[in-house]
Design a protein around this ligand. Structure first.
Ligand SMILES: Nc1ncnc2c1ncn2[C@@H]1O[C@H](COP(=O)(O)OP(=O)(O)OP(=O)(O)O)[C@@H](O)[C@H]1O
Ligand SMILES: [Mg+2]
Length: 438
């Protein structure tokens, strides 16, 4: 077993462990030390005093030489001065085995030791007959002196008060520690939530630097980084949008010039190329425009999948639901619909049988689309996600789109903190797995 296995996992747990453990050790150590000393000093003195009193009474009874009047007087005096209840059991001899001292409890051991020290006659005692009294038997010639003493006279009750005070004060200290630790750790939790939200595409998650200096520094650093990345993305998107937009003017001019060309064969080829370029630019521009407008809301993903299946049916595409679980997740629903539709439309285009599943795995919702089409070779798994990339044999525009579908789908998945993975399907074609954290 390693230290890491027994340490709590969270920062709060660990901090509490670091504060609490020494506190508990200190309490145990102090408690044990005090308890021992207290018993040794106060406890032993109390027991010794009682033993001395009994020794004194025993001696007096012997000196009375069977004079009952004097004996009675001694018993009365003992009750008055020592608070001891005394009885004389006449003609009684304690047997050998009755003289053994009990040694079970701490009180037993202290009594045994002190009585032996003080009383010169054979004697024994019993601490268990009554819960608050101790019986002490001393063998005198022909009779037994029975002394009944309250247990309160033999030990001090402050020991328990001390333990109670110790426990209450440590609980108080611990509650204070918990209160302050929670306050220290909450800014870190907030920061982690903001980082998580940023990973899922929320660049404006409200975050204020709070707490200890170091935590403030980390928060400031995070906020700076987030702002830089946001500006960077914005700048690049604007630039690409600008370039795409500006390219449209020369393209339009080219189209006009082509119309004026005379040779027919070259003209058709060129026209097709220019048209394709134009479509690409349009697709790209609309992709940029539509982005980042939606905000995430908690939605039922099974409903979304159901409506995608219905939409496909309207286009005569059959998608069979295989296993659909009910999963709620905070998503940008239109974006996600677009991502899933991009995957299903590819599958429907490439094959006849298409299956869709929605399942929960770990902390992710998985949307899995299987088809029985030609599939994609393993070495193409990364390339198909590139913008405008289409596999060689589907270059023909009449059978497909521009090659932006997967790029957009993965972009949407990633901006939700998720991912798209490709694999071979059990149906023989492609398996696309879109995962979204929930
Ligand atoms: N289910 C599939 N089976 C076989 N090949 C596929 C499948 N899905 C995608 N591909 C291949 O990956 C390429 C890229 O797909 P992507 O969706 O990005 O573009 P597209 O479908 O050609 O065009 P767009 O989606 O922009 O209209 C496709 O051209 C196709 O060759
Ligand atoms: Mg596509």
């Amino acid at each position: 077993m390693r230290l890491r296995d027994i340490m709590p996992k969270s920062l709060f747990g660990r901090s509490l462990f670091i504060v609490g453990l020494p506190l508990i050790f200190l309490q145990i150590f102090l408690g044990y030390f005090f308890f021992e000393r207290h018993w040794d000093d106060v406890g032993r003195r109390l027991v010794l005093a009682v033993a001395g009193e009994i020794a004194l009474i025993s001696d007096k009874i012997i000196l009375a030489e069977e004079n009952h009047i004097i004996e009675k007087q001694i018993i009365e005096d003992s009750a008055n001065f020592f608070g001891a209840k005394i009885k004389i059991l006449p003609n009684t001899i304690l047997k050998e085995n009755e003289l053994l001292h009990p040694k079970k409890t701490r009180l037993d051991r202290a009594l045994s030791k002190s009585l032996k020290e003080r009383i010169k006659f054979s004697h024994t005692f019993n601490t268990t007959i009554s819960s608050n009294k101790v019986m002490i038997y001393v063998q005198l010639p022909n009779k037994v002196l029975l002394t009944e003493i309250s247990k309160k006279r033999l030990y001090s009750s402050t020991t328990y008060i001390f333990i109670a005070v110790m426990l209450v004060s440590s609980l108080l200290l611990l509650s204070l520690a918990i209160f302050f630790l929670r306050r220290q750790i909450s800014p870190l939790k907030e920061l982690s939530n903001a980082a998580d939200a940023f990973g899922k595409g929320d660049t404006f998650y409200a975050l204020k630097p709070r707490g200890a200096d170091e935590v403030r520094q980390v928060t400031h650093a995070f906020l700076d980084m987030r702002e830089r990345i946001r500006l960077h993305i914005e700048q690049r998107t604007n630039m690409l949008a600008g370039v795409s937009h500006d390219l449209r003017t020369p393209l339009t001019r080219m189209k006009l010039q082509i119309e004026m060309l005379s040779s027919n064969e070259d003209k058709i080829g060129l026209k097709e190329d220019v048209n394709q370029m134009e479509q690409m630019l349009e697709a790209y521009l609309s992709f940029i425009k539509e982005k980042e407008l939606e905000i995430g809301v908690k939605s039922d993903l099974s409903k979304l999948v159901g409506s995608i299946i219905l939409d496909a049916k309207r286009n005569d595409d059959i998608i069979s639901p295989k296993k659909i679980e009910t999963i709620d997740a905070k998503v940008r629903i239109n974006d996600l619909r677009r991502a899933i539709t991009n995957l299903t439309s590819n599958a429907c285009r490439e094959s006849k049988i298409v299956e869709i599943s929605l399942i929960k795995k770990d902390k992710n919702a998985l949307i899995i689309i299987d088809d029985n089409g030609p599939g994609i070779k393993k070495e193409d798994y990364t390339s198909v996600f590139k913008a405008f990339y289409r596999i060689e044999n589907s270059r023909n525009l009449s059978t497909g789109g521009l090659g932006l579908g997967l790029t957009i789908a993965r972009d949407i998945a990633r901006s939700h903190g998720g991912e798209i993975k490709l694999d071979k399907s059990h149906l023989g074609g492609l398996k696309a797995i879109l995962s979204i954290p929930i």
